[in-house]
Design a binder for this molecule. Structure first.
Ligand code: FAD
Length: 502
């Protein structure tokens, strides 16, 4: 768009990630003008959504649903795959279990029940999807078997998703301003009337009949991290965009919005110990190291500290980042032997990886930087002796191949570490996004501290609180942003369309 911002738009959307674009597209369906404000320059725009693998957790009741969503699926691909199902019941169960039944029941119900139709809505808008052949399926007897309820990804991953949404928005007549940082909300007793924006070095007020906040969490703000998540979260690395510094949460709280949800919680994973402070789009999510369920993790004291095989990776990875952060020195080494090395996920084979390799365990433990090598060797040997080798290893199910007699058990996929060569990978905590945020109702209206909706203010995506607590089922962030982005945009567009002068 031109160098200057318009004086007004019917609906302003703050942010240009997945939730924001879904909101913008839904608002535009009401025939109103829509302006998207993105703080980042164009080449860094797209927020965390751009950093993702583009995986969406959505309900499907069988292969027919998937064929409807992904018409490009060939008969041969269908014949060679066992997609199973991911029913509403399974999605509910997963959300309940991983959030320890704290998820807001009304919002969770909407997330689950509208996931399928929202995916089809996105497809109708022009976003293309495909099965996650690589990461979520194993080939058994020549057939890809999908597991963990996560089956669909956007073409081209996160970058492909953001590019597609941006193109569709522009084609729809939605204006997108880059380098436009929302500073505060223009509001009075009647509600929100616009946004104060810093753009090209100037501060201007842009009027609007409705504003959708979709500007992400506060994970890239070290001060807020320490204040809300506590120490030593200022020492965590940020996996994604440097621009999600909690601006929109703060500007909503400033006009009386209600904070809600798990303010001391966040989604955090094992992340390369030497990764940069913020995400790097050239590497995307490949600094993550998610094959730990097949191996063990050792801390600076040379000890194991968590049940690496407690559940499928999808259900543990988002909470184990915190566990690693709480270890001495905020790091751990993941250890594997030659039986598992060929099975390691692709992210273990990137160039920018902190890795050591050795032919003996004695040699390996000496190479683990900052680790008590004697204790590490003792730990590996005790672990090897404890493995229930009589139970067969099966990566596709929780195989019950655990350990016996260890103070920290490993419940599944316990493989002995005894076949050279051995490899170890150093990880620290990578924070993905924060869980605390704004309270919304089922129409995505922002609720104030008295429990009333703030007229003209809507919110979606990472900055909404109350949906995720403690943990998160992989692929739900994009689905959550899409479902509530669509609802928020629809609510804002409808309201603006009914106001005079629309
Ligand atoms: C490495 C990585 C991998 C991930 N993989 C997946 C995955 O495969 N599947 C999944 O479901 N989730 C994944 N996630 C989580 C997912 O990225 C988020 O849940 C989701 O993208 C959040 O979308 P959003 O639209 O709410 O926020 P974002 O996509 O982060 O968009 C927020 C936007 O707001 C802008 N902004 C911030 N402040 C302002 C301001 N003051 N004014 C204007 N604009 C502002 C930002 O620049 C940004 O563009 C991953 C995250 C990371 C970091």
């Amino acid at each position: 768009m031109s160098e200057t911002l318009p004086a007004s738009a019917d609906v302003i959307v703050v942010g240009a990630g997945n939730a924001a674009f879904c909101a913008a597209l839904a608002a535009a369906e009401h025939g109103v003008s829509v302006l998207v404000l993105e703080r980042a320059p164009e080449n860094e725009a797209g927020g965390n959504s751009r950093f993702t693998a583009g995986a969406f957790r959505c309900v499907y009741d069988g292969v027919d649903d998937l064929r409807t969503l992904m018409p490009d699926l060939t008969d041969e691909e269908v014949a060679n795959a066992d997609f199973g199902t991911y029913t509403e019941e399974k999605f509910f169960d997963d959300m309940g279990r991983v959030t320890e039944y704290r998820t807001d029941p009304d919002l969770c119900e909407i997330l689950v029940k509208r996931s399928k139709e929202t995916m089809l809505w996105m497809r109708d808008k022009g976003v293309r999807f495909m099965p996650i052949w690589g990461r979520q399926a194993y080939k058994i007897d020549g057939k890809f078997k999908f597991w963990g309820g996560l089956t669909v990804e956007a073409w081209g991953g996160g970058p492909g998703l953001v590019d597609a949404l941006t193109k569709i928005a522009l084609k729809t007549g939605i204006a997108v301003a880059y380098g436009a940082r929302a500073l505060s909300l223009v509001a009075d007793d009647d509600g929100v009337k616009g946004v104060r924006v810093r753009h090209n070095g100037r501060t201007v007020d842009v009027k609007a009949k409705g504003v959708v906040l979709a500007a992400g969490g506060f994970q890239a703000n070290a001060e807020m991290r320490t204040r809300y998540l506590g120490p030593p979260w200022e020492l965590a690395k940020v996996r994604g965009t440097r621009f999600n510094t909690g601006d929109a949460i703060k500007m909503a709280l400033d006009i009386g919005a209600m904070p809600t949800g798990n303010w001391s919680g966040g989604h955090a994973v094992g992340w390369d110990r030497n990764a940069p402070e913020f995400g790097d789009l050239a590497v995307g999510d490949n600094f993550q190291k998610h094959s730990y369920p097949w191996g063990i993790m050792i801390n600076a004291n040379g000890e194991r500290f968590v049940d690496e095989g407690a559940d499928f990776r999808n259900y543990t990875y988002a909470k184990y980042g915190r566990v690693i952060l709480m270890q001495p020195g905020q790091f751990a080494w993941q250890v594997f032997d030659n039986k598992i090395i060929p099975m390691l996920r692709d992210e273990y084979r990137i160039k920018r990886v902190t890795k050591v390799r050795a032919e003996t365990l004695e040699e390996l433990v000496k190479k683990l930087d900052d680790v008590d090598a004697v204790a590490a060797l003792r730990t590996i040997k005790a672990y090897n002796n404890a493995v229930m080798t009589e139970v067969p290893f099966n990566p596709n199910v929780k195989d019950g191949r655990g350990t016996r007699g260890l103070s920290i058990p490993k419940s599944n996929w316990a493989n002995t570490i005894d076949q050279p060569p051995f490899e170890a990978y150093a990880v620290t905590c990578g924070l993905t996004f924060t869980f605390g945020g704004l309270k919304i109702d089922t129409s995505a209206r922002v609720i104030d501290t008295d429990g009333a909706a703030i007229p003209g203010l809507f919110a979606a995506g990472e900055l909404v609180g109350g949906i995720f607590y403690f943990n998160y089922p992989g692929g739900t962030g994009l689905m959550n942003g899409a479902v509530f982005g669509r609802i928020a945009g629809g609510s804002a567009g409808k309201r603006a369309g009914q106001m005079p002068g629309a």
